[in-house]
Design a protein around this ligand. Structure first.
Ligand code: SF4
Length: 482
């Protein structure tokens, strides 16, 4: 599942989101708080720029030799008693997981936050086969119980406030397990406790756990999950069988490389010096933890992204969400408008890289940005998102240029090129524009076919006097060189 079902493309979805004042209030509050904390956490490290460059260099090196590291990782996992499966796309990945779940006759599974499983639509695929998948991360649980979609990497329920969460728990928990306490309040401590009690029953019953991974260490075949609540660790250790769905770009060569990422990730995402819980596991340890471990290595468009010489840097992303929290577009429209589990500035480049731009959702995303550059400034792996966006916009223009379909934007650009090519032509047009102002006053709407431009923007009125006319009046010459 590459886009949220039934969601319109970005321009339409953003229009709806902008009209939701509660959503904008929730987002502005959450992103400004996280932003301030992150700045403080980064400020503590005098060598942050060097650390950032080191993280980017490690990822670039790994991506350049990905085939070698993937094979090394596969060998190490097998050596440690685990099984490795390769999935070309979402359908293949879901089928592999479903076959494994069926082989253990499990009718429900517990999950720890995994964007890869959301990307492939695993919960829906399991649901269609009669297997219930329970999210165990608190924010994911809120999203799941609210029959909602995640809108942030780190805080998937960022668009909800505490009162809304309390209502969701009271309304939905009873239907799927232990009900919320009757006297539940919207205090964060009480909400977390309600979730803990509700989830405990599921942890103790589940035979199969499903996870993602933040990193995969090639030389030891180790998977790494970092989290704040400890629910992930329950999910990784209690069930008999563990299935981890991992994007192929998650690899790092060694534990020494991992050290760099365990510094940059928490500071960029939760503004912490280190994560409260960092779980690492390599294959199977007899008598301790899951006794059957499967790793599904997922491509699903990553090879396609890797082949793009400018865009491949997007595969460095460690999903810290710092770029979402500083983006003026994300702050106003939230994650749902991007129509994908990967929202915000990184989503704007990653989705078209993974899927191409044949779908209108993906084609609209490179324009979902002001190109202000704030995302690049904060990215701990120095992904130059604005440059990739510009590149993707240029590719879209090239594609349009090859099309024979009439295009108002292209016609307007041609007219502008004709106008600007001759100084006298431009001067005549300026005089005409000033005369129009005298007749019509302020221009509120442009005529068809360029009327769309003024749907959501004001058009500046032409000046009473052009610069050229002012120069002639005040300097007595038509030359701007004298
Ligand atoms: S692009 Fe950079 S800032 Fe954005 S989520 Fe990925 S790593 Fe974090």
């Amino acid at each position: 599942m590459s886009t949220f079902m039934g969601m319109p493309a970005f321009p339409e979805a953003a229009k709806h989101a902008l009209a939701d004042t509660q959503l904008r209030r929730n987002l502005a509050h959450a992103t400004s708080t996280i932003r301030a904390k992150r700045e403080q956490a980064i400020g503590e490290l005098p060598d942050w720029p060097e650390l950032r460059q080191a993280a980017a260099a490690i990822k670039d090196h790994t991506l350049r030799h990905l085939d070698t590291y993937l094979e090394q990782f596969e060998g190490a996992v097998q050596q440690a008693g685990g099984h490795v499966h390769w999935a070309r796309d979402d359908t293949e990945a879901c089928r592999i997981v479903l076959d494994l779940v069926r082989a253990h006759q499990a009718d429900d599974v517990v999950k720890v936050k995994s964007m890869a499983t959301q990307e492939i639509g695993l919960n829906e695929a399991l649901g269609a086969a009669g297997v219930a998948a329970w999210e165990t991360d608190l924010a994911e649980l809120i999203v799941q119980l609210g029959d909602d979609a995640p809108s942030h990497f780190l805080v998937p329920a960022i668009h909800r406030n505490r009162t809304e969460i309390k209502e969701i728990f009271q309304r939905e928990m009873a239907a799927v397990g232990r009900p919320a306490p009757a006297d539940l309040t919207d205090e964060p401590r009480r909400l977390a406790e309600a979730a803990r009690l509700h989830l405990r029953e599921k942890f103790l019953r589940a035979k199969v756990g499903i996870s993602g991974a933040n990193f995969a260490v090639a030389d030891t075949g180790t998977l790494v999950v970092v989290e704040s609540e400890g629910n992930g660790r329950m999910c990784l250790t209690l069930p008999e069988v563990l299935i981890s769905v991992v994007g192929i770009e998650k690899l790092v060569p060694s534990w020494t490389d991992l050290e760099t990422f365990l510094q940059v990730l928490p500071r960029s995402s939760t503004a912490e010096r280190m994560n409260p819980y960092t779980s690492t596991w390599s294959g199977v340890t007899p008598g301790d933890g899951p006794q059957e471990v499967h790793v599904v290595l997922l491509d699903n468009g990553r090879s396609r992204a890797l082949a793009d010489t400018v865009g491949r840097q997007a595969l460095r992303c460690i999903r810290c969400s710092a770029c979402l929290n500083v983006c003026p577009v994300y702050e106003r429209v939230g994650g749902h408008a991007y129509g994908s589990v990967y929202p915000g500035p990184i989503g704007a480049i990653l989705n078209p890289l993974l899927h191409g731009t044949t779908d209108p959702h993906d084609a609209a995303l490179p324009y979902a940005s002001t190109l202000c550059g704030a995302c690049y400034e904060v990215c701990p792996v120095a992904i130059d998102i604005p440059s990739v966006l510009v590149e993707q916009r240029a590719a879209a223009v090239d594609t349009k240029r090859q099309s024979r379909k009439p295009d108002p934007e292209r016609a307007a650009m041609r007219a502008a090129a004709w106008l600007f090519a001759e100084p006298n032509r431009l001067a005549r047009a300026e005089r005409a524009a000033s005369a129009t102002r005298a007749v019509t006053g302020r221009i509120r709407r442009l005529p068809r076919p360029i009327a769309g431009w003024t749907d959501s923007r004001d058009i500046p009125s032409p000046p009473r006097e052009s610069f050229r006319a002012w120069w002639r009046r005040t300097r007595g010459s038509d030359s701007t060189h004298g």
